[in-house]
Design a protein around this ligand. Structure first.
Ligand code: UT7
Length: 342
């Protein structure tokens, strides 16, 4: 149901914000399900039939979130024909930052890009990070606080996965996706129309990296224990995700007086094809409008939506003037979406 902030959401903005360009980068190392089956007790058949995943890309040793982020960002900036010193704000959505807590990965990116005028900060909303970031970028632009925002989702889950836990290690991959959000609009009316963000903190521990923060600082023993790695209650995340997807899409449609037929695409977080199919079936949405590329990349968390947008744009699926909804859901628990004219 619409939240209170919706009123503020509806205030007439000083500026409109639109997505000006995309970029994406995944590490070259591509790991198949068969290869994974040599590490843990699983199979290509189980992984594909339960998730739709065939491959994931894995960062080389020593490659961090900022390294992938910079590659994706450079492509997005080049396509936008924007110089780094035109960027007002760099947002990096990541749950696998270069450093624990500080400094922000966005600051490493700012330095590498030589974006001399940009503020830089990270945003932690796990797999909903990009969706939260797009709404944040929109708010900065619409309020007049920024004209150009570089938003990047970048993840190196391979470094926090427990590679002995078949319940979770088969699901994730590494990668980065970026967008430039600018003030203004195109001849086709491109703009970010609306955003809906939610959180359900009571499910915090169903998808978490439990040790290493200020709640449970690392002890000597824990350094080698499972708590240092990602843990997941897959069934409860699944049960949360399906209605979250439906609610987000329905809310964005209803409060903008649109029907599902008005949409050209839904670009969901790529966690599991079955989650997407179940949500479409539950709400009677045409499943063909849901873009998926999880077979190639697995779940890249905050990077999955911008990687998908970039792939759609490069393949000519996404065109200026189309109406789309992006949806994210995951750790936090968090979920939400954005409604855009591309
Ligand atoms: O961005 C959000 C990130 N997380 C998610 O989106 C996760 C959401 N959850 C899911 O996608 C699904 O719950 C999973 C894909 C994680 C699991 O699928 P499921 O159909 O819910 O399987 P399950 O957890 O009910 O497990 C069924 C069986 C179990 O065996 P038993 O107890 O029935 O004998 C598991 O041990 O499948 C077994 N299993 C596996 N078998 C082979 C679990 N993982 C694997 C595996 N290979 N990798």
């Amino acid at each position: 149901m619409p939240h209170n902030y919706n009123d503020a959401n509806r205030m007439k903005p000083q500026m409109q914000a639109y997505v000006r360009s995309t970029g994406a980068y995944v590490p070259p190392r591509r790991m198949s399900n068969d290869e994974l089956a040599q590490l843990v007790d699983t199979s290509d058949e189980w992984i594909f039939s339960h998730t739709g995943i065939r491959y994931r890309h894995i960062a080389a040793e020593g490659v961090a979130a900022s390294d992938l982020a910079v590659e994706a960002a450079r492509i997005a900036l080049q396509r936008a024909a924007i110089e780094p010193d035109e960027i007002d704000l760099i947002l990096v959505a990541t749950s696998t930052p270069d450093y624990l807590g500080l400094p922000a990965t966005a600051c490493i990116v700012q330095d590498r890009l030589k974006a001399g005028k940009a503020a830089a900060m990270d945003l932690v909303a796990a797999c909903t990070g990009f969706v939260y970031g797009l709404q944040t970028a929109r708010a900065f632009v619409e309020s007049g606080a920024a004209r150009t925002v570089l938003l990047i989702g970048s993840e190196v889950y391979s470094q926090i996965i427990n590679w002995q836990d078949r319940n979770s290690c088969v699901l994730f991959g590494d990668g980065a996706g970026a967008v430039v959000v600018s003030a203004g609009q195109t001849a086709e009316g491109s703009r970010i129309i609306d955003g809906a963000l939610y959180s359900r903190g009571q499910g915090a521990e169903s998808l978490a990296r439990l040790a290493g923060g200020s709640r449970r600082p690392l002890t000597e023993d824990q350094r080698a224990s499972a708590e240092c790695f990602l843990s997941m209650d897959g069934r409860s995340v699944y049960n949360f995700a399906v209605p979250a997807l439906v609610e987000t899409i329905q809310t964005l449609l209803q409060r903008n007086s649109l029907s599902f037929d008005d949409l050209d695409w839904v670009v969901p977080h790529q966690a599991n094809v079955r989650i997407i199919e179940a949500a479409a079936k539950r709400a009677g949405f045409d499943p063909k409008k849901f873009f998926t590329n999880i077979a190639e990349y697995a779940n890249t968390s905050a990077a999955s939506v911008p990687i998908a947008l970039d792939e759609m744009w490069r393949n000519g699926l996404l065109k200026r003037g189309q109406t789309i909804i992006t949806v994210g859901f995951g750790g936090g628990l968090t979920y939400g979406g954005n409604l855009l004219v591309w």
